[in-house]
Design a protein around this ligand. Structure first.
Ligand code: PGA
Length: 255
């Protein structure tokens, strides 16, 4: 079965001091959570400090973005090899904020994912529809297009290493969560599309839900058959709240 993966996306939050304080408070609370993958994605400036603070623990490191090139005249950008230096196991690509605010396209995101694979870093590839697209009944079409485009360069043999994050844009940072059933419908469609593309490897690919995940709703989301984890923004800024999310109760509403 798929090993759940719970990831904190800190976005543009936390100084190095604040990041270190989070790790100090967080690690003892999740030290026995050995059946799940736990990931922290700090800002680039806090990566070194967090890497040292989590060394030897059951928590892995992620970056929030990467440039697909290995080096060159790309002012302000960070290359995959620079992330390897800090032991980054994962990197988020194609977050909706980067798509919307910085004009990132599926093609660019596909190149980032390929560059990460070349450095043995697993991409967490984000997809999700806007409210307007959902209301126009275009959710599956939009998400399907993002999956096809963003995963276009994933090496077939390594499909199982991809993590997909389904994050409806209207649920991010708004306090509005997709109901578990709404999320499951999209997750199942994504898995169907992954099966067409990668065959049985689709059963091993983790699909996270993201968008206002909190301690109060994580259990019922994780109870859905195709929801394999969560990508958490706001609630993951607090060590106690994120620890509760990591230690979700899989039975959820059905308990
Ligand atoms: P949120 O953010 O949990 O604050 O909604 C999730 C994300 O954007 O990854």
């Amino acid at each position: 079965m798929r090993r759940p993966i719970l990831a904190a996306n800190w976005k543009m939050h936390k100084t190095t001091e604040e990041a270190a304080a989070f790790v100090d408070a967080f690690l003892p609370q999740v030290k026995d959570a050995n059946a799940v993958d736990i990931v922290l994605a700090p800002t680039f400036t806090a990566i070194d400090r967090v890497a040292k603070a989590i060394a030897g623990s059951n928590v892995a490191l992620a970056a929030q973005n990467v440039n697909p090139e290995e080096k060159g005249a790309f002012t302000g950008e960070i290359a995959p090899g620079m992330l390897v230096e800090f032991g980054c196991a994962y990197t988020i690509v194609g977050h909706s904020e980067r798509r919307a605010l910085y004009g990132e396209t599926d093609d660019f995101i596909a190149k980032k994912a390929a560059a990460l694979f070349a450095r043995d870093i697993r991409p967490i590839v984000c997809v999700g529809e806007t409210l307007e697209e959902r209301e126009a009944d275009r959710t599956l079409e939009v998400v399907g297009g993002q999956i096809a485009g963003s995963l276009a360069e994933v090496p077939e043999a390594r499909a199982e290493e991809v993590v997909v994050a389904y994050e409806p844009v209207w649920a991010i940072g708004t306090g509005k969560t997709a109901t578990p059933e709404m999320a499951q419908e999209v997750h199942a469609a994504i898995r169907g599309q992954l099966r067409e593309r990668f065959g049985d490897a689709a059963d091993a690919i983790r699909i996270q839900y993201g968008g206002s995940v909190k301690p109060e709703n994580v259990d019922s989301l994780m109870a859905q058959p195709d929801i394999d984890g969560a990508l958490v923004g706001g609630a993951a800024l607090d060590p106690d709240a994120f620890a509760r999310i990591v230690c979700f109760e899989p039975a959820g509403d059905n308990a």
